[in-house]
Ligand binder design. Structure first.
Ligand code: SAH
Ligand code: SF4
Length: 384
């Protein structure tokens, strides 16, 4: 996809930034954009820096709470701008501690965000789009047409909302440890690299030590394999990369993940080889275990061969079944055998534990755009 085509795609599905009262949300502006915006009202740059600090370091939701901002300026800000969070439509808490929020955005669209606590970390699974243009056969999100991209502000709002609920402001305290929410995975609804502009803007603010101050080592972007943007992501963000691989030959991968027809395995593996990694980092390859489809011994051997010279880790994901998918999950002993073949070849290959089972919070089950957006006919091809 050319740069022009990516921009066109992002424009068609752009997110509204203005709330019902006509106020612009300041969340999602880079510091420079905030400086420029306030300077257009003759407000000096140091004020923009103060506001930025209140938004991302302290997590305030109201201009009234910005201690060092003069009263009349607060009034001015309140008339024009907002710092609002999405409205929580539902919150579900699983027995295992997983929390799933359905968040209502300015225009009434819904997005899902999932928090998964573990003993040594807490991971927030963040969405990048409402629906998805891609149609991976095993993925429930893939049955929904793309409604629109999320704006940078909406991606950040999911993260800031989690901090609100978990009481984890200010951002600087992250360095002291003792936090529940430590990691971000861009593995919710949507393909993050088909909304690259907003995703990269949001992640830059996340990684900024003056922003949300979350280290790039703690952020993972998962992609179905949008090859031209993997390189850009490496150069500009260099967060951890996860590739949804799921098959190790072009024939099968094109069948279950149509994006493979556009960016076949050879180009995908080449993009992975070129991804900038320091010594200890690896690329994660996600592999959903589909009974009788991609789970044979031969598949495991071929997978190890395919990943041969790439610093790789394989995440084996038991398929989360949903009605009408036409797939079933491989048996556990098959998954274990598959994992053992990979391990014997020197590949780290953990089997992912399914979390939030009782609240349908697992990968591929997010479906907030509701049934009415169910894909009835193919969407126009946008990824050309
Ligand atoms: N669009 C991106 C990120 C979102 S999907 C991507 O495809 O990578 C997050 C992960 O969940 C992907 O690896 C995806 O392949 C996987 N997934 C989708 N449906 C699933 C299902 N039903 N069971 C298990 N994993 C699934
Ligand atoms: Fe979209 Fe990822 Fe689901 Fe494929 S697996 S349909 S890219 S969300």
């Amino acid at each position: 996809m050319s740069d022009a085509s990516i921009q066109k795609h992002e424009k068609v599905f752009a997110a509204p930034k203005i709330d019902a009262e006509g106020r612009e949300n300041l969340i999602g502006l880079s510091l420079q954009e905030l400086i420029d915006l306030l300077q257009s009202y003759q407000i000096p740059a140091f004020r923009a820096k103060q506001v930025w600090h209140w938004i991302y370091q302290r997590g305030v939701k109201s201009f009234d709470d910005m201690g060092n901002i003069p009263k009349d300026m607060k009034v001015f800000f309140k008339e024009r701008f907002s710092l609002g969070r999405p409205v929580v439509e539902t919150e579900q808490r699983s027995k295992d501690g997983t929390i799933k929020w359905l968040l209502k955005l300015n225009d009434g669209q819904m997005v899902e965000t999932v928090f998964i606590p573990e003993s040594d970390r807490g991971t927030l699974c963040v969405s990048s789009q409402i629906g998805c243009t891609l149609t991976c056969k095993f993925c429930h999100t893939g049955t929904q047409a793309l409604v629109r991209n999320l704006g940078a502000h909406e991606i950040l709002q999911q993260i800031m909302h989690a901090r609100d609920v978990l009481g984890e402001w200010p951002s600087t305290a992250a360095k002291d440890g003792g936090r529940e929410f430590t990691n971000i995975v861009m593995m919710g609804m949507g393909e993050p690299l088909y909304n690259y502009q907003n995703v990269s803007k949001a992640l830059k603010i996340c990684m900024d030590v003056e922003g949300l101050s979350i280290s790039k080592r703690r952020i993972t972007l998962s992609t179905s394999g949008v090859v031209p943007l993997i390189e850009k992501c490496g150069e500009e963000l260099n967060v951890n990369l996860a590739i949804s691989l799921h098959a190790c030959n072009d024939e099968l991968r094109s069948e279950i993940m149509p994006i493979n027809k556009k960016y076949p395995l050879e180009s995908l593996m080449q993009a992975c080889r070129s991804y900038p990694l320091d010594k200890r980092r690896k690329i994660t390859f996600e592999y959903v275990m589909l009974k009788g489809v991609n789970d044979s011994d031969a598949d495991a051997h071929n997978l190890a061969t395919l990943l041969g010279d790439i610093p790789a880790k394989v995440n084996l994901i038991p398929f989360n079944e949903w009605p009408g998918s036409g797939f079933v999950c491989s048996d556990m002993d098959r998954i274990e055998k598959f994992a053992k073949i990979l391990r014997d070849k020197g590949l780290d290959s953990p089997i992912r534990k399914t979390r939030g089972d009782d609240i349908l919070a697992a990968c591929g089950q997010l479906k907030s755009a509701s049934q009415r957006f169910k894909r009835e006919k193919e969407q126009p091809e946008l990824d050309k």
